[in-house]
Design a protein around this ligand. Structure first.
Ligand code: TYD
Length: 240
């Protein structure tokens, strides 16, 4: 029996994990490592990202990252990110969760809370209402915030860019990125049952191990459908 089936023929709803954080925190590497680890456990996983993730949302991604959407101001930009999110949720995330697959997304609604909401000085009520409309039932079960000092993150990004121009958000200064870090930390503090903050300047393997520990304790160990015998077998395999 795989993680997704509940033994009665109908799929148990999958789990939704999001990775968030500032620029250069290593989110995409960690998404890749997490996805392969989940797949090793026999779980069907859909790896995705924002802005984008579905064809319509990917079309909006170029507009959002080019800086052209900045003319709308933070409210308008938040609405555009949310419009992309609606398509992503409807076409990719919700169908995957409904068939029992797990979804791992590189950024999601907390990026709108932090970048447009906190940094754009938008009313929290506006952002939360927008979020309710855009994501409906697709609330993350677990959100990992990869926390990195902004100087280190921006340095990583500029090295990775290799001469290519910075996007709209990478081009902002240190003060913007320090405020962003605080915004993510505040979200994590406010919702500890969903969020965990992991220091991302540690070696890649250590960060991956810490993420895996959270996934195991918060999402895998609570899964009710495995018999204790299967669980003991897994534990024995992991010890070997
Ligand atoms: P991306 O190239 O995916 O960079 P990163 O590796 O940092 O994720 O760019 C996504 C950018 O879009 C990033 O700077 C954060 C920003 N963003 C928002 O401002 N609001 C949002 O709702 C989302 C999803 C992303």
């Amino acid at each position: 029996m795989t993680e997704q089936s509940n033994g009665s023929g109908s799929a148990r709803r999958g789990r939704f994990i999001t990775l968030e954080g500032g620029e250069g925190a290593g989110k995409s590497t960690q998404v890749r490592l997490l996805v392969s680890r989940l797949e090793e456990r026999g779980i069907e996983v859909v790896a995705t990202r924002e802005p984008g993730g579905s064809p319509q949302a990917e079309a909006l991604r170029d507009v959002l990252l080019s800086g052209r959407a900045a003319r709308f101001g933070p409210r308008g930009e938040a609405i555009l990110f949310s419009a992309a999110r609606i398509d992503h949720v409807d076409k990719i995330i919700e169908p995957a969760l409904a068939r029992g697959a797990w979804v791992v997304s590189d950024r999601f609604a907390d990026s709108t809370r932090a970048y447009q909401g906190a940094l754009g000085n938008l009313e929290q009520r506006f952002i939360l209402e927008l979020e309710r409309v855009a994501i409906a039932n697709a609330r993350p079960d677990l959100t990992i915030f990869l926390d990195i000092p902004p100087e280190a993150g921006l340095l990583r990004v500029s090295q990775r860019r290799n001469g290519e121009p910075a996007d709209r958000f990478e081009a902002e200064g240190i003060a913007f990125h320090a405020a962003l870090r605080k915004a993510f930390r505040d979200i994590a503090k406010a919702e500890p049952e969903r969020c965990v903050t992991i220091y991302a300047l540690a070696p890649e393997g250590d960060v991956a191990a810490e993420i895996w520990r959270e996934v195991e304790t918060r999402l895998l160990e609570e899964a009710p459908k495995k018999s204790s015998r299967t669980r003991r077998k897994h534990a024995a395999q992991e010890r070997a």
